[in-house]
Design a protein around this ligand. Structure first.
Ligand code: IVH
Length: 671
């Protein structure tokens, strides 16, 4: 390809991707599938690799990360990032209103009310319509430049539409946040990887923006709402016009703002959103009230710390007290013990609360909590309710001081507590039932081996019958073993067997994650696969070599070395290898040859004339097809070679699967 035509193709691809991105994030319309979108992105990525001179700062390929920032440079804000004075009282809002009225000498004025988003304040600069800088609030005067990380936020345009009359340079202000469902999923994955749960979406968003590896930031799916415009040019005269202008530029503005004619309308807004805000996909902790007209804002001016033309009203974190009925202890997959407060059920922020985590023994002694106590339970920015204290005045003096358990509630083994750690562990990893079942559950999780036909109840039955004592036993299950289980019929038995069989095609990163090595979550597993390629290289890597991989620190490296030095674990890996699981990355992030087989699933069987089985498998996946190992209702084509098994053929016929020859397959590719 000539240089000018490469540039032209790159320009066109960027425009296309920007268009679909805007449709998706601004207008909630998916005109193309995720897969088709990825293909466009991969094409662009490939061209940019070949022609680095056409790699633009606004290229959508930057959204997937790829850059590593060791130190974030400090940047002095052109316009300082102010804070707001807060109040929890409606009376103080009335006082604020009186001060504003007085300051404006009786002249009429209006307010804009917005929600106070609980995230990380950010300032973004656009120059000639291109996002050139993103800086955190820092101390308000100077913050950290985190541009590469901000570029991964998909709803944030990297280039604004050029048909608007844009000022040469301007800044927008807003809040970066992690949507609640993304946070919950991330925590679920962390717990599955044996890592500590993150406290709340705000801290997580803040920590994520400061991560070195932009591709991890991209995987964290941050989002942002913009609520401010700053420029030396007078673009608009009121805050309302500013917000509408931002929206028109394609910047993400929360539709929750409202213009209020007076303070009583502000009060209505506050009351309306008090409950309604809990339905939003992100945490909010109050509202912000701003005088609408800029000229009036200017006349009101600032105190030492904050503007006189704005204030925030914070909602009180809902809290209540209830009786502690008892404490139970949960044993996790890694043997970690979590004490849980069992509470007399109580209504809190719209849900019934029956249980709250007490974290660990230190937390219990800090609270000096006793069974029978009345405890304060709070639901603030956090999602899981927490016990914040004990109502000592209501305490019955007869209540006994609490003794933390010394033995595992499930298997009776003496608990251990590693130096410097707050959590107790049950060390009996090979004999403690919830640990064994927990590991199997983790293994089949959708981010791991994705055996969705296997549920918690079935795992419990298989374990109790002695059929499955570790994950490798799953691959030895026979038709009759499963058929004999309560609730299983012919079809469900076959589905489960097919699911187990199909899991053998799961990529190495999934297998590595599925092993349940402490601190090895999905993203870490992907990094390791990328760096080492196969299990043998990974197993022989030393601490230093492991730490050389981006984002792999001492803690993860030590956990890996520990895991692989255990003979039982090595035997398990050998066992799984013999069952045919993927322990090497065969085709890492490659661009597809074509999309001819997209959305189609294949099973191959027998021997082929013009190519080996491996070549045929590769042709299927390289052209967008999915390879399954067993015949099921999900299979579109069975590619039949010579000497194929009669049972497979029979089953395919029964399930109406298209049975095609090698030639038919090659024709399919051509079309
Ligand atoms: S306006 C001078 N609007 O609250 C005006 N801030 O306490 C300054 N925040 O640092 C900001 N939602 O992080 C504004 N709709 C909103 C907001 C908002 C959240 C945060 C922001 C700021 C802090 C000020």
């Amino acid at each position: 390809m000539s240089k000018p035509s490469a540039k032209q193709e790159i320009d066109q691809l960027i425009e296309k991707i920007e268009y679909y991105n805007e449709q998706y994030y601004q207008n909630s319309i998916s005109e193309i599938s995720d897969y088709e979108f990825d293909v466009l992105l991969k094409k662009l990525e490939k061209l940019e690799q070949e022609y680095p001179e056409f790699r633009y700062s606004y290229s959508p390929t930057l959204r997937v990360g790829g850059s590593i920032t060791k130190n974030f440079p400090t940047f002095v804000h052109k316009y300082p990032m102010l804070s707001l004075s807060n109040t929890y009282s409606e009376q103080e809002l009335q006082d604020f209103d009186k001060r504003v009225a007085k300051g404006l000498g009786g002249e009429p004025f209006e307010y804009i009310c917005e929600l106070k988003f609980d995230g990380v304040a950010i300032s973004i600069t656009y120059e000639n319509g291109i996002l050139t800088r993103a800086v955190t609030r820092g101390d308000g005067t100077k913050g950290d430049e985190i541009t590469n990380n901000a570029r991964t936020i998909k709803s944030l345009p990297l280039r604004l539409k050029d048909h608007f009359n844009l000022p040469q340079i301007f800044e927008v202000r807003g809040e970066v946040f992690m949507p609640r469902d993304v946070f919950l999923k991330l925590n679920e994955e962390r717990i599955a990887a044996g890592e500590a749960a993150l406290a709340n979406p705000r801290n997580t968003a803040s920590g994520t923006l400061k991560m070195q590896d932009a591709s991890i930031v991209a995987s964290r799916q941050l989002d942002c709402f913009l609520y401010g415009l700053l420029s030396d040019d007078d673009i608009v005269e009121t805050h309302e016009e500013a917000v509408l202008w931002l929206e028109k530029m394609g910047l993400n503005v929360s539709p929750t703002w409202k213009k209020c004619a007076d303070i009583s309308e502000v009060m209505d807004y506050i009351h309306y959103w008090e409950k309604e805000r809990l339905k939003l996909p992100l945490d909010t902790d109050g509202i912000v009230i701003k005088v609408n007209r800029y000229a009036q804002q200017k006349r009101l001016g600032f105190t030492a710390k904050s503007p006189r033309w704005a204030i925030s009203y914070k909602y009180k974190a809902e809290n209540t007290s209830t009786r502690l009925l008892g404490i139970t202890y949960q044993v996790g997959r890694t043997g970690a013990i979590t004490p849980v407060a069992e509470l007399e059920p109580i209504q809190l922020a719209g849900t019934t609360v029956k249980r709250a985590s007490l974290h660990n023994a230190n937390e219990i002694s800090r609270l000096d909590i006793r069974v029978g106590d009345f405890v304060f339970v709070e639901k603030g920015g956090e999602i899981i309710p927490k016990v914040t204290g004990v109502d000592l005045e209501a305490r019955d003096p007869a209540l006994q001081k609490l003794e933390y358990i010394s033995h595992c509630p499930e298997c009776g083994t003496a608990l251990v507590r590693k130096e410097g750690e707050a959590v107790h562990y049950c060390p009996n990893s090979l004999g403690c039932p919830p640990q064994i079942k927990g590991r199997i559950q983790h293994f089949i999780h959708r981010n791991a081996m994705d055996i969705d036909s296997l549920g918690e109840r079935t795992i419990a039955m298989l374990y109790e019958k002695g059929l499955v004592k570790n994950v490798a036993d799953l691959y030895r299950l026979k038709y009759d073993d499963i058929y004999a289980l309560e609730g299983f019929k012919e079809q469900s038995t076959r589905n489960l067997l097919d699911g187990i069989e199909a899991s053998k095609n799961m990529p190495f990163a999934n297998v590595l994650f599925a092993l349940g090595i402490r601190y090895v979550g999905k993203t870490v597993a992907e990094k390791l696969v990328f760096a080492f390629g196969n299990i043998d290289r990974l197993m022989t890597a030393g601490l230093a070599e492991l730490c050389d991989v981006p984002e792999i620190g001492d803690r993860i490296a030590e956990s890996l070395v520990d895991f692989f030095s255990d003979g039982e674990n090595r035997a398990l890996i050998e066992d799984l290898k013999n069952s045919g699981l993927q322990f090497s990355a065969s085709q890492m992030q490659k661009v597809l040859d074509s999309e001819a087989l997209q959305g189609k699933s294949f099973v191959i069987s027998g021997v082929f004339k013009t190519m080996s089985r491996e070549e045929l498998q590769k042709k299927i996946t390289d052209n967008g097809g999915k390879l399954l190992s067993g015949i099921s209702g999900n299979v579109n084509y069975l590619v039949a070679g010579e000497n194929m098994g009669p049972a497979k053929l029979e089953k395919a016929k029964k399930l109406n699967v298209n049975i095609i020859s090698e030639e038919d397959f090659l024709n399919l590719l051509k079309n």
